[in-house]
Design a protein around this ligand. Structure first.
Ligand code: SF4
Ligand code: SF4
Length: 295
């Protein structure tokens, strides 16, 4: 087994190694730095950040609360503290600005695991079992987590949420939780590509709802230069979001809620088709290329 088409080689040749990997490296730095900040307290006694991804306090002043966890808490019948409400509002506004599923690609530690599985799968040319999971299953699971919270009067999902398990696992060295992460890795590697993040994860589903209005977007504004190498489709965790912007005749901005703003498509495209923009970049492009703008 071997990789059928080495992805990103043209981009490295044309743009150089750094330009072909810069967003990937920056994302890993972001994910690892966030983990590092949480580790400073338990390991070195430097409590710059207290708490975890669900709820934290930075410098004893800035509360940050995962709005998904907060809503489950409310569904479970608890009355949230005002700091939790403020923390959730701050996080929600942040992701409205930078992209809902930026949480997945820039913060979530599970993303490192699933990216690794997808990379290895590509390298080894693994085709998998052909199991196709409907991409909307995650929204059903999202609804189930709220129903379970309501019925059990507890935030039950957080006990089995792989994002929380891995975060706790790294910080507090839990043992059994690693088997859940290993299962996700092997399932993505051997059974169904990107199954967890792209099909099943309710956390990603929740943040994609915020993504429906988020401002920072990727645009295929230089789509005329596309040479159909398909590298962007190969590396994209949600490849269905690319085609309407890249191959359609309308808006070149990827407005699909499930684009994770990982910017990996920017890295691997040798033709510099993609750029970071706002969701209104289509208007700027039309204005710039109008006869008035050119005269
Ligand atoms: S936009 Fe076109 S040229 Fe760029 S990576 Fe995708 S398929 Fe290849
Ligand atoms: S379209 Fe680009 S930025 Fe969006 S998820 Fe796919 S690779 Fe990442």
């Amino acid at each position: 087994m071997a990789e059928l088409h080495p992805v990103g080689v043209e981009a490295i040749d044309k743009k150089g190694w750094w330009k072909a990997h810069q967003w990937l490296i920056l994302r890993r730095l972001s994910q690892l730095s966030i983990l590092g900040l949480f580790l400073l307290g338990p390991v070195f006694g430097v409590w710059f950040v207290k708490g975890n991804l669900a709820s934290s306090l930075t410098l004893d002043i800035l509360p940050l609360t995962d709005p998904y966890v907060l809503l489950q808490t409310i569904a479970a019948g608890a009355k949230p503290l005002s700091t939790a409400l403020i923390g959730a509002a701050i996080v929600t506004v942040f992701y409205i600005l930078v992209g809902g599923r930026s949480y997945c690609s820039w913060v979530c530690p599970v993303n490192i695991v699933t990216d690794a599985a997808s990379w290895l799968r590509r390298k080894l040319g693994i085709k998998g079992s052909g199991t196709v999971i409907d991409k909307n299953v995650r929204y059903w699971l999202l609804a189930v987590t709220f129903i379970v919270a309501f019925i059990t009067q507890s935030v039950a999902w957080e006990l089995v949420n792989p994002v929380s398990i891995l975060h706790r696992g790294i910080i507090f060295s839990i043992g059994m939780g690693w088997s859940v992460i290993l299962f996700i890795f092997l399932f993505d590697l051997l059974i169904s590509n990107r199954a967890w993040c792209g099909r099943l994860c309710p956390v990603g589903a929740f943040y994609s709802v915020i993504g429906t209005v988020s401002q920072l977007r990727i645009t295929a504004d230089n789509r005329e230069a596309c040479n159909d190498c398909m590298d962007c489709f190969q590396v994209c965790p949600e490849p269905q979001v690319i085609r309407p912007a890249l191959k359609g005749s309308g808006n070149p901005v990827i407005t699909a809620a499930n684009c994770t703003n990982c910017a990996r498509c920017i890295d691997v495209c040798s033709e510099d088709v993609f750029h970071i923009s706002t969701r209104y970049a289509d208007k700027i492009i039309i204005k710039n290329s109008s006869p008035e703008a050119q005269s």
